[in-house]
Design a protein around this ligand. Sequence first.
Ligand code: BGC
Length: 811
Amino acid sequence: MEEPRVEELSLTEKIGLLTGADAFTLPALPRIGLRGLRTSDGPAGVRGTNMDPADRSTSFPAPIALAASWDPALVERVTQQMGREARAKGIDVLLAPTVNLARTPYGGRGFECFGEDPVLAARIAAAYVRGVQSEGVATTVKHFVGNDSEVERWTVNVQADEATLREVYLVPFEACVTDAECAAVMAGYNSVNGVSMTEHAELLTRILKDEWGFQGVVFSDWSAARSTVETALAGLDVVMPGPDGPWGRALVDAVKAGLVPESLIDDKVARLLRMAELCGALGAPGDPAPALEVRKGPHARRDVVREAAARSFTLLRNVSEALPLPRDIRELALIGPNAVHPVYQGGGSAEVGPAVTISPLEGLHAALGTGVNITVAEGCAHSYRTSGPDADCTEDPVDGGPGARLDVYGADDAPIYSGIRPNSELTFWDPLPEGVAANAEKLVLSTIYTAPADGGYRFAVAGIGELRLDVDGELATEAIAPQANDPMEVFSQPFESGVERDLVAGQRVRLTASGKPGDYEPGFVRFRLAAQRIRTAPELMGEALAAAGQADAVVVVVGPAPGEESEGYDRTTLALPGRQDALIEEVAAVCPRTVVVVNSGMPVLMPWAERVSAILQVWFPGQEFGHALADVLTGDQEPTGRLPVSIPRTEPLVPVGIAKPREGVLEYAEGLSVGYRAYARTGIDPRYPFGHGLGYTEWEYEEIRLPVGPVHAGADVEIGVTVRNVGARAGTETVQVYLTRPVDGVSALAAFGQAVAKPGERASVRLTLPARAFAHWDSAAGAWAQPDGTFVVKVGPSSRELPLRGELLVG
Ligand code: BGC
């Protein structure tokens, strides 16, 4: 059909299209055949516009895991499945990928990003965009730019010089625009060099649109647009969420008053219609919304998600051939808080409601069968929050089924909703009938809890506003939750108030949690009732050591608790929470074959690293965690992950530390020296360097082939590398090329590729060093400089192990 002509729309119609119709949908305009585009977070799956239990989502490996694969082709296959799922859920626009950088390991959203290096992030991000968009689903590359940490994220002013922006933080955005033609970009909450990103004409218009030729839509991050004329002039195209916001009537008036040219509005609408066309959202005028082509593929999707998770696992250490586990193992101990409470995904808007989750125990059982006895022990707690209750200990007081009864009351205590919450909690992403959340004055969750064993129990109520918990009809605790800094804090780590009781096995208690959200934020609900058996530290440790003492091998799964790495706040420590370090030390002292599995999005400290047999970093692996873990531990799948972030030895030895703004300003004073470049500049040794990761075989780096004679400045350069598999198994090696430039001696990743070879065989990898790898930003000229000179090329398996070297003469 013919594209609708922007000139045929009235000013009010046009501007009406430029603010969301609601939280996640864009306005429809049936007159021109435009249906309302539906957006969904990303980036670790397709949540949908809410967490609808009837329409669950695949929980994909976190983006940091995708980056750890160092395999753009794999990532494209994975995100193609994401695109298909978006289509099947009726989603047109995915609010992903997140291409901010892990400037510091403290970043709360580090798990959502592709690591610390712009070149790796750019290639993985472009593959991500291509995969999703190949299914006719738009991607939204976010958060443009400098939103690399969470403290004061709504207001922080990031101060970075031009070279730092151009050579580091803008690189992945640029690749998504110029190499992958992303359909949208999201402007962040933060400011850069004193200008709010939604008002940043230099970055949004001059660089993104004019210089890079971006043809798509610039969305505001949710509620990031805080002005009318400034945002409209700067290059913002669509304000989210809606229906209210700073545009609408105010922007119509501004155009009429001559403050914003109407041609600029036309350009925004044209961009939006272009996106609608990509998503198939434009029919003939008057047509009903076109039927979506639904291609469900849950089985294929689960296979790809499992493969990607396994391939992202990064083997940091493996002594005495601890892994793969030998076939003759009969007794396996599965220990650790994350073995019992695995963290499948990071917290915040990236969370999805998965239909299935495979725990490490389930995965190992399925793989090892009945011939191997697996003993599970928590070992210690990783959270000071109350977990549970397990659904099978709860009973709805009305219908008797598992779960808790949620009653919602409006003004004058009028009941407005009653229903079951199987997990005894409520978040603003749970679908409730229209108007319930907005009118909720009081929430009550009640359940009959049956104690599974004799002992002490902790019961708690968590949420916002006034909270109260009654046990058997008597007030047990009440509190007023302090105001949180960020709504996501309330979502991932709500304030809780608890009480302890001793119970005997089979004893039934009635728990009634009530909460009055007050004037927190209209429509925002977060409420939870928790119940957990109290286990003492010596009890937990004793069980773990007993299990370890009997075992042929121990797998200790450690990491942060759910919600600890999340949007809305940064991490305050890199240490494993609770007594996990002591647990690992003690278990390793008892069992010589101790494999530590680290289930975290960003690096944790590993003071025990030299005293365990193997360390496998598994990130936040998504729903197929257990299967992927079994695949790698048994050796069915080689762990091909390589670190996309450096792992520090101690907190004082983190070169770019806590990202706390000073008086609202966060200075990127380290300039280009982020990640491994910061370690190189400061002379600090990381525990494990960027790029590091072992497989199940060994490699020799034999030869590097560079062009003979000088190469032209401004041209790509092809090189060849030969590696030989000198181990006993077929394997995959990630060959990394680092280029040192003469202008300042900075050495950075320029190219990477994978070699596959059988034992004894050689493999040759052809790699392209892009012209940009030889360039630097010349701030005086305001342009890229491509100088002549001698560049040093280093090749190897990590940023710190580069056995092959050569020189390239440019000029
Ligand atoms: C986050 C975005 C997200 C949006 C919508 C914001 O708070 O920063 O990443 O896409 O919410 O959920």
